[in-house]
Design a protein. Structure first.
Length: 255
């Protein structure tokens, strides 16, 4: 992406439907600031992705592989990929750690903007107090194991989010929603991100995490993608780093 003016915003993380909404967080590098009491790190890494050779009218699916190699047994992190519809609506699909078996890890799949509906028991209307639809499920993923997260078109306006376990072969439905009539298909560009959405005492208190994101694929495996660039950002950007390799990128945060 030539200009880094694509925008995301962070949802409030006080409710069940935690996630990332559209059109508020400018994706720009920020100068690392000193640790401060009760800081909320927010987005710590954004990586910009592109599916190469995509049709001009858009894609009917986008997927990526994710391996969470290290995470805390506590709520606070979000590891996800944001995707865009042709009309500019944005959504995301990703994973969040939780504390223990009584509150298992979760998978999220949401879309933001007017004109969305759902009839899925895993979903609810609204996104961060605004318009949209948000879905999540308990998904007790295993650290060190690769999963494939995918958004796919089921019919003209209906889209599904799924998680696929590459070891067991099990596919898990996360949610389904209907987008606005003007949404169109998926743009070939997206943003993979690592976010710490809960406050910590200071930047040194961020628990360590390490995650591998593969380059995206479009329309099944018809089109291959690349990670074009990445940035660290936010109040605790000094606690974030990444490396871009031939098949994706690896993030390291906290510690």
């Amino acid at each position: 992406m030539a200009a880094r003016t694509a925008r995301l915003s962070r949802l409030g993380r006080t409710g069940q439907w935690a996630g990332v909404a559209a059109a508020a967080l400018a994706l720009t590098l920020q100068t690392p600031s000193p640790a401060a009491a009760a800081v909320t790190p927010g987005h710590m890494i954004n990586a910009y992705t592109r599916v190469d050779g995509a049709p001009a009218d858009g894609l009917t699916s986008i997927s990526y592989h994710i391996t969470i190699n290290e995470q805390p047994d506590a709520k606070g992190y979000f590891f996800a990929q944001a995707f865009y519809f042709k009309n500019g609506q944005v959504g995301y699909i990703g994973l969040q750690p939780r504390a223990d078996a009584t509150e298992p890890n979760r998978a999220f799949f949401s879309v933001f903007g007017a004109g969305t509906t759902d009839s899925d028991v895993n979903c609810a209307p609204g996104a961060d107090g605004g318009e949209g639809t948000s879905c999540n499920i308990a998904y007790d993923y295993v650290t060190g194991r690769q999963y494939r997260l995918k958004i796919q078109q089921l019919s003209a306006r209906v889209w599904e989010g799924i998680a696929y376990d590459t070891v067991t072969g099990a596919t898990q439905h996360i949610g389904t929603w209907t987008v606005s009539a003007s949404a169109g298909l998926l743009k070939p560009t997206g943003v993979a991100f690592v976010e710490h959405f809960l406050p910590v005492a200071d930047c040194d208190a961020i628990a360590p995490a390490s995650v591998y994101f593969s380059d995206p694929q479009g329309n099944g495996s018809t089109y291959s993608g690349t990670t074009t660039s990445a940035v660290t950002l936010g109040a605790c950007s000094a606690k974030a780093s990444y490396s871009i390799g031939p098949t994706g990128f690896t993030s390291t945060t906290g510690g």
